[in-house]
Design a binder for this molecule. Structure first.
Ligand SMILES: [Zn+2]
Length: 267
């Protein structure tokens, strides 16, 4: 009896050791997915901004989790608008040795065209999207601002889609989590990536568009729901404080330097 208990304890210790040894490395890489200017006055419904021009950037990200690859937001379709001066995402991915068909998950913050312009290449991926946004894409007529054309390969059962009505722990170990932050759109989400060296990183999506939006609770007049937007900004601030997380505002060029320059990645 005693010997059996000892064997059990030993087996348990071995399982724990091997699980630790096999904890997959997680990395985060930023891809440039567009650049230009925007009128900041559009991004406050309380007349907070006076300038009529502010630099905007457009960011896509690659998360590696062991051998698995996830893409977060896909940027503009190159050439589709003046700010869509980005290289095709497939070209950027090839520079970091990722083939589009090996991407397991494509998570998107929301259905706007500057985040969903390049879903096409990810033939084997499961699309992870807030249910409110997925419903908006598929509504008849579609919800205003939904980039329906960008989703066509995934609509009607063409590819795998997982509409999210709650937070999603993507790999089941807490290292990569899609978190509900509605308001900009009904199903808006952000991404939390916990890195071993850098620590937790929040990719905001469009929960906020630039730093001043974040610090002074600025709400764009075109957002879907004002109260939800404020609540989502509050959620980000609480997570930033509790986890001592790095907050990266995806459209703010001042936040590009928070991650290593492409093709390097944060670990
Ligand atoms: Zn947006």
């Amino acid at each position: 009896m005693q010997r059996n208990l000892w064997a059990l304890a030993l087996a348990g210790a071995m399982v724990a050791t091997s699980a630790f040894a096999q904890a997959p490395e997680v990395t985060l890489t930023r891809l440039a997915c567009g650049d230009g200017n925007n009128d900041p006055r559009r991004f406050s419904d309380s007349f907070a901004y006076k300038d009529d021009k502010m630099p905007f950037t457009f960011s896509c990200y690659v998360i590696r989790h062991g051998a698995d690859v996830m893409v977060w937001d896909t940027g503009y379709l190159p050439g589709s608008v003046p700010n869509a001066n980005n290289k095709p995402i497939t070209e950027l991915l090839s520079q970091i040795n990722v083939k589009p068909d090996q991407v397991k998950f494509v998570g998107i913050s929301h259905f706007h065209a500057d985040h969903t312009g390049q879903l096409g290449p990810f033939t084997n991926a499961t699309l992870l999207i807030g249910k409110g946004d997925w419903d908006g894409v598929n509504a008849q007529p579609p919800m205003g601002g939904a980039n329906v054309a960008g989703f066509k390969d995934f609509m009607g059962g063409g590819r795998k889609v997982e509409p999210l009505s709650a937070d999603k722990d993507v790999f089941g170990d807490g290292s990569v989590m899609i978190l509900r932050t509605p308001g900009h759109t009904p199903g808006h989400s952000m991404l939390l990536v916990r890195l071993k060296e850098k620590g937790p990183v929040i990719l905001t999506g469009d929960a906020v568009h630039f730093r001043e939006n974040y610090t002074s609770d600025g709400v764009p007049g075109f957002n879907y729901d004002r109260a939800q937007t404020i609540a989502s900004i509050e959620r980000i601030k609480q997570i930033e404080k509790n986890l001592k997380a790095t907050v990266i505002i995806q459209h703010d060029p001042r936040d590009i330097g928070k991650l290593p320059a492409f093709p390097a990645s944060a670990k």
